[in-house]
Write a protein that binds this ligand. Structure first.
Ligand code: CP
Ligand code: NVA
Length: 314
């Protein structure tokens, strides 16, 4: 098992190979099992993670900070409104400065180009904690959750229902690298970007799986082992609420009528936060097939694996 990563940064799952994904998941599982023994409590002693937030966060913020504390390090949360970024200091100069004080930087940004600028101008590893385009740490936690419930990825069918958004984009990359067949069902005009679909389709050739982009949720869910959705109003899209509700509802809601088309042992996943009654109904997210709390817990274990693998070589 590899214990370091070839890329300095994790901006999307494009930065991580299939074998590196496997190593991250193995280390995360090991750290999860060791939680009670706390064998890992000194792995990052003296290391400091900085966390820039341009947007709100519950899971990403707390799982990263807890991960650092549990491994003997510490984390500093930097709301972008509280630092000089809010007064016009450039992202580039912010990255150069923070590199002098920290060992690793995680950032949640609106525009993906900001995380790219942070990475280019930092001498320390930079992790994308969600941008308009990608959410790599979420998908690593999702893959760990799928592995725990389905044992392996081969011949699995995953259906994504809803918006072709940041979470969907990295899920396309993650499934196509690990060999999970993925069907994405979105309203016309809300599909993932064509360049990301192309990368996923190319990657499928090596891992022997399929990527299908559809508009029909029933076709996507038919015999699915895993059904995944997310809000159709990502942070920053609040002004599109009425338009999006008309486009996505009722057809793209994951409810028990839709779940009937899936495999009998289907699991339901959602990165959270969820809006019950919108993209998913309460009976599905709170029902027996839902694994959303395992998924949320796994954010912590995956963050630990990522942080260790990125900082170990520093
Ligand atoms: N899933 C996720 O990233 O949650 P937060 O927005 O609460 O961090
Ligand atoms: N797609 C959502 C994910 C939140 C974790 C958003 O960008 O707001």
């Amino acid at each position: 098992m590899k214990t370091s990563l070839s890329s300095k940064d994790i901006l999307s799952l494009q930065d991580i190979s299939a074998s590196e994904i496997s190593s991250i998941l193995s280390l995360a599982s090991k750290l999860k099992k060791d939680l009670r023994k706390k064998d890992f409590s000194k792995l990052l002693t003296g290391k400091i993670l900085g966390m820039i937030f341009q947007k709100p966060s519950t899971r990403t913020r707390v799982s990263f900070e807890s991960a650092m504390i549990q491994m003997g390090g510490s984390a500093i949360s930097l709301n972008s409104s509280d630092i000089q970024l809010s007064r016009g200091e450039s992202v580039d100069d912010t990255a150069r400065t923070l590199s002098l004080y920290l060992n690793c930087l995680m950032a949640r940004v609106y525009d993906h180009s900001d995380i790219e600028k942070l990475a280019i101008n930092s001498s320390i590893p930079v992790i994308n904690g969600l941008s308009n385009l990608f959410h790599p740490c979420q998908i690593l936690a999702d893959l760990l959750t799928i592995k725990e419930h389905k044992k392996n990825f081969k011949n699995l069918n995953l259906a994504w229902i809803g918006d072709g958004n940041n979470v969907c984009n990295d899920l396309l990359l993650g499934c196509s690298k690990t060999g999970i067949n993925i069907k994405v069902a979105c309203p016309k005009g809300y599909e993932p970007p064509s360049w990301i679909i192309k990368i996923a389709k190319d990657s499928c050739i090596n891992s022997n799986c399929n990527v299908d982009i559809l508009n029909d949720p029933i076709k996507a869910v038919l015999d699915a082992d895993v059904v995944v959705t997310d809000t159709f109003m990502s942070i920053g899209m609040e002004q599109e609420k009425i338009k999006r509700e008309q486009i996505f509802l009722p057809k793209y809601q994951v409810n028990s009528d839709l779940m009937k088309f899936a495999d009998k042992d289907v699991i339901f996943m959602h990165c959270l936060p969820a809006k019950r009654g919108q993209e998913v109904t309460s009976d599905v997210i709170d029902g027996t097939s839902s694994v959303v709390w395992d998924e949320a817990e796994n954010r912590l274990h995956v963050q630990k694996a990522i942080l260790y693998m990125l900082m170990k070589k520093k």
